[in-house]
Design a protein around this ligand. Structure first.
Ligand code: GAP
Length: 465
């Protein structure tokens, strides 16, 4: 980690917000927690679903050259022999002779314990795969591993996918799923944990075209983060030196994000060459060659692998979205999340708990929740309710007031600008749909009256493509 610059948000603020508002809790908290394992709460699970959905949409749904897969976590043990993980998926570990903390050697600066300065043991290799047993009697059971990457499930299914989809090269297989690593040191909240989720693409190409596809995916993946609101200046590409390349990689670039603790890997993009398919073909005795019908050639494809972390993406989106500003003498915490990522899209806020108003507000709530995750909140002042929604990143609040009963109009208040517009209830769904999909911006007509903060006024909605 280098080039650290001061940042507006520190990790404590993100952790505290996540805990306070139900995004992320420590795992098994009532028992004191389990080191580096995390539970996604009611808002976190929505954010996570939205991140995965945003990825799946662009890498699978909107492409002709990609299909999805959901392989099992437990795989034949031979998989991990062939992949090189049993031999090579290990980190050098040292232990402090005084405080007994364990460290990866890349975390050590001057040969002493980073925590107490004590003397360290000689490094020994520590395999990061979790072992478990398949079968009822442990002594007789087969040892199986929790997968440390989702990628291997894709490689072993390469031929199945070719045969059943008749996809032609170049094409890719995408998968989202859990991976497990017995990391020596964890930390920085959900950045490095022992159980996490990956979003991986294995893109199969003809050897010789791999460089071109590698560059293509670098750009695609960088732009995915930018389109979802990550500031460009918080992203960078870092090429792996020869000494740090994984055993399977010919070339690798990390997409780094400027996390609160400094620049760190968000996603890795590797050129895996033909390493994996050759290894699995040799180990299984099954051909994993591809037949090019045009050129009549048989060959083993090369693989370009963009491999992203769901949890690290969530952390980056939260850090980038977090903001504090002074509004009406109070600190307003806002998550400027991209609309597609926001856990709750709309909040319905009746100005009073009195009956005719509640009936209308509940009817609007019931109608809107057919389309989006919508919250109904009638507790405390309207200002407090807005703040609560700002803090969890809700793009739009609908206020139902007494005037609504007369003119059948409600107010839409936008999170970032706090601007407010008045719309007929009959147009509410369409207006929100346009705004949420980013097609319609708030346009304030010259001299038009707006509602900002507590101030009241009115403008009619205008559409701008
Ligand atoms: N199949 C290639 C592969 O697994 P990796 O760089 O080891 O490559 C890919 O992992 C991504 O998975 C990382 O960029 C990161 O986002 C995520 N990741 C890896 N280890 C993680 C951990 N211990 N906790 C959270 N995310 C992790």
């Amino acid at each position: 980690m280098t080039e650290e610059t001061p940042r507006k948000v520190d990790m404590e603020k993100i952790v505290s917000l996540c805990r306070r508002r139900g995004f992320i809790f420590p795992s098994s908290e009532i028992y004191g927690g389990l080191s580096s394992c995390w539970d996604y709460g009611p808002l976190g699970v929505e954010l996570k679903r939205n991140v995965k959905e945003a990825w799946w949409r662009v890498v699978v749904q909107e492409r002709d050259d990609m299909v999805g897969l959901d392989a099992s976590i437990l795989m034949h043990p031979q998989t991990w022999e062939a992949s090189g993980h049993i031999e090579g998926f290990a980190d050098p570990l040292v232990e402090c002779k005084s405080c007994h903390l364990r460290w990866r050697t890349d975390e050590i600066k001057d040969n002493n314990c980073p925590s107490c300065g004590g003397e360290l043991t000689e490094p020994r290799m520590f395999n990061l795969m979790f072992k478990t047993f398949m079968g009822p009697i442990e002594e007789e059971a087969d040892v199986v591993y929790l997968r440390p990457e989702t990628a291997q499930g894709i490689f072993v299914n390469f031929q199945n996918v070719v045969n059943t989809t008749r996809k032609k090269l170049p094409f890719g297989i995408a998968q989202i799923g859990k991976a497990f690593r017995n990391e020596i040191t964890t930390g920085n909240f959900i950045f490095r944990s022992r159980e996490f989720e990956q979003m991986e693409i294995e893109f199969f190409v003809k050897p010789g075209t791999d460089k071109e596809w590698f560059d293509y995916w670098l750009e695609e993946r960088l732009n995915w983060y930018v389109k979802l609101g990550i500031r460009k200046e918080n992203l960078r590409l870092r090429q792996h030196g020869k000494d740090e390349l994984a055993h399977y990689a010919k070339e690798c670039h990390d997409i780094d994000y400027l996390f609160p603790m400094g620049w760190s890997e968000l996603e890795g993009i590797a050129n895996r060459g033909d390493f994996d398919l050759v290894q699995h073909a040799n180990s299984s005795g099954k051909s994993l060659e591809y037949f090019d019908e045009k050129t009549k050639e048989h060959f083993v494809p090369y693989i370009i692998e963009p491999s992203a972390g769901v949890d690290r993406s969530i952390l980056a989106f939260l850090c980038d979205a977090y903001d504090e500003e002074l509004a009406e003498g109070e600190t307003r915490v806002i998550l400027h999340l991209h609309h597609s990522l926001a856990p709750i899209k709309v909040a319905v806020l009746p100005l009073s708990r009195r009956d005719p108003l509640v009936a209308l507000a509940k009817q609007i709530h019931a109608d809107l929740r057919q389309c989006w995750m919508v919250q109904y909140d009638d507790a405390q002042s309207i200002g407090r309710r807005y703040r609560r929604q700002d803090e969890i990143g809700t793009p739009f609040c609908i206020t139902v007031d007494f005037q609504s009963l007369e003119d059948n109009q409600v107010t839409i208040r936008e999170r970032d600008s706090m601007n407010q517009i008045r719309v007929p209830v009959s147009e509410l769904k369409d207006t929100l749909a346009a705004k949420l999909s980013g097609e319609e911006l708030f346009v304030l007509p010259p001299g038009g009256k707006i509602w900002k903060g507590g101030e009241q006024g009115m403008i009619s909605p205008q559409r701008e493509k």
